[in-house]
Design a protein around this ligand. Structure first.
Ligand SMILES: Cc1cc2nc3c(=O)[nH]c(=O)nc-3n(C[C@H](O)[C@H](O)[C@H](O)COP(=O)(O)O)c2cc1C
Length: 166
């Protein structure tokens, strides 16, 4: 698919088939994240891959969106590594770019995903559950799996988005 087709066709997928995603594909999803841009090329992102059913169930109890996590084939928890960070806003935007790379690459591979933020209300509990130290701040959970729905979210009109053109 052309990059623009991938960008335009990707949607958040919240229902998944029971089919398993190959480890090789999971590694490529992480590879897509690894090549994201970051301020000073500091690469402040860190990842935990969660395939284990019990860990998924325990994570799902920490958010309102539990059924999404429980039905996902796997999840990637994304952390902000404070030791490599230099500017919170810029670091978090870089991490957002890494996440978007994962969403787009997955879509192109026929894998659905959704970026979950509501679980951040329990960020300390996520660190505890995954045994991750507090120098790595939990900032997002991404659920992945082969899609069992075809959502069609819309967007604002371009005219609402452009504040000015000089
Ligand atoms: C920072 C962020 C947090 C999000 N948190 C959640 C969430 O907790 N639960 C959920 O179902 N979707 C969540 N989403 C997905 C958005 O709802 C979704 O991207 C948006 O509605 C646009 O739809 P689309 O991704 O299908 O284009 C989140 C997306 C972002 C970028």
């Amino acid at each position: 698919m052309s990059i623009m087709n991938v960008i335009r066709a990707r949607r958040s997928v919240r229902k998944y088939k029971s089919e398993t995603v190959d480890d090789a594909v999971i590694n490529e999803i992480l590879e897509a994240a690894r090549w994201a841009p970051s301020g000073l090329n500091n690469q402040p992102w860190r990842f935990v891959v969660i395939k284990d059913k019990k860990f998924k169930e325990d994570l799902s109890r920490l958010t309102h969106y539990s059924s999404i996590i429980a039905s996902a084939d796997f999840c990637i928890a994304v952390f902000y590594n404070h030791d490599s960070g230099y500017h919170r806003d810029k670091d978090l935007m870089s991490i957002g770019a890494a996440i978007e790379n994962m969403l787009l690459y997955s879509h192109d591979e026929g894998i659905g995903s959704v970026w979950l933020g509501e679980i951040l209300k329990n960020k300390d509990k996520v660190n505890e559950l995954l045994s991750i130290d507090n120098r790595n701040e939990f900032v997002a959970l991404i659920a992945f799996g082969y899609p069992d729905e075809n959502p069609q979210g819309e967007r604002k009109k371009m005219s609402e988005l452009i504040l000015k053109v000089f």
